[in-house]
Write a protein that binds this ligand. Structure first.
Ligand SMILES: Nc1ncnc2c1ncn2[C@@H]1O[C@H](COP(=O)(O)OP(=O)(O)OP(=O)(O)O)[C@@H](O)[C@H]1O
Ligand SMILES: O=P(O)(O)OC[C@@]1(O)O[C@H](CO)[C@@H](O)[C@@H]1O
Length: 303
């Protein structure tokens, strides 16, 4: 079984505006709401790719109910801990540029956290846990590390898509996959990276510190995969960028679902890039058909 962990889900409120008048009044064009949060997005793509997964995390209030109902409708399996405070709403403003305004997230009580940890005991030998996104501020800084420690003790593999200290702390536990984007990699090492060689050199540092596979995503410039066996590059297919929200999560889902079936990093990387780009070219997350169609266009080269 795959478990996705979304400690801080969100309603993603997509707000298209023809022209944004800062300080004035603008009207929305066909705004819509999606169940969001990185792990939830991963679960939705896993569902599209027919991989069995359960989404875990915390949801609360009317916003939490919206997320549970929307995922039920999409037939995505969930087992959330219900909490007292409302789940956050994240604003995705689409004018001539995309602007994101994310909430910090609700406060969690000790009892709510204890219920989550109890539930986490169901993770067992052979399972894969995917940890993605921010944590609500009331959780301790090392909460991801605590979960990784538990997952590892329980015999499960894990992948992690987060940034900064939480990403660094995860490396010695040998994540199956880490997927910083190029800006997150730059921030981690406080450098500016120009060439593929430079990106690979810094990606390799994550490998040396324990990660088994490192994907560095680069938006419309595609991605690099760094492994002990070799390094790979895939250009992103050409298309109209409609929505980059969830492109990175789609990559994680694409890689993990394919790798668990095939054990082949290069093939899994191809599915990852196809999944990321198919989401970038859609209003919502990618469909299985869109992923399959793009997959045939993607060339993975060894570099
Ligand atoms: N403009 C684009 N054209 C084609 N593919 C894209 C584009 N933007 C993103 N992608 C695809 O999605 C992948 C992930 O994108 P990106 O590097 O933006 O991840 P991210 O920053 O983690 O995304 P997010 O946080 O928005 O989910 C890219 O490697 C690429 O395959
Ligand atoms: O604030 P976090 O947890 O880092 O990111 C949350 C978020 O921006 O990430 C997803 C896209 O990757 C969205 O569904 C969601 O709104």
């Amino acid at each position: 079984m795959i478990y996705t962990i979304t400690l801080n889900p969100s309603i993603d409120y997509i707000v298209p505006v023809d022209k944004l008048d800062l300080g004035g009044l603008s009207y929305m064009n066909n705004d819509y709401k999606l169940p969001g949060g990185k792990g939830i997005n991963v679960s939705r793509i896993l569902k599209a790719l027919r991989a069995d997964a359960v989404a875990l995390g915390f949801v609360g209030g009317f916003t939490g109910k919206f997320i549970e109902d929307a995922l039920d409708e999409l037939d995505v399996r969930t087992n959330f801990v219900n909490i007292q405070e409302d789940t956050r709403i994240n604003i995705k403003l689409k004018a001539d540029q995309e602007t994101e305004i994310n909430g910090r997230g609700p406060a969690l009580s000790d009892e709510e956290v204890a219920r989550f940890l109890k539930q986490f005991e169901e993770v067992k030998d052979g399972d894969t846990v995917i940890l993605s996104g921010s944590k609500p501020p009331s959780l301790p800084d090392n909460f991801y590390e605590q979960l990784i420690q538990r997952a590892t003790d329980q015999g499960a593999a894990f992948a992690i898509d987060t940034t900064g200290a939480a990403l660094e702390a995860s490396l010695s536990y040998q994540p199956l996959l880490v997927k910083p984007n190029i800006h997150e990699l730059e921030a981690l090492f406080d450098v500016k990276l120009q060439t593929d060689e430079e990106v690979i050199a810094y990606g390799k540092k994550l490998l040396e510190r324990g990660a088994k596979h490192v994907i560095i995503s680069m938006g419309g410039d595609g991605a690099l995969l760094i492994t002990k066996q070799g390094n790979y590059k895939a250009k992103a297919p050409k298309g109209k960028l409609i929505n980059s929200v969830g492109a990175g999560d789609s990559m994680v889902a694409g890689f993990i679902s394919s790798f668990l079936k095939s054990g082949d990093p290069a093939e899994s990387f191809k599915t990852a890039v196809a999944s990321g780009s198919a989401t970038a070219f859609s209003e919502d997350l990618a469909t299985a058909e869109a992923i399959e169609k793009l997959r045939s266009q993607i060339q993975v080269e060894t570099i």
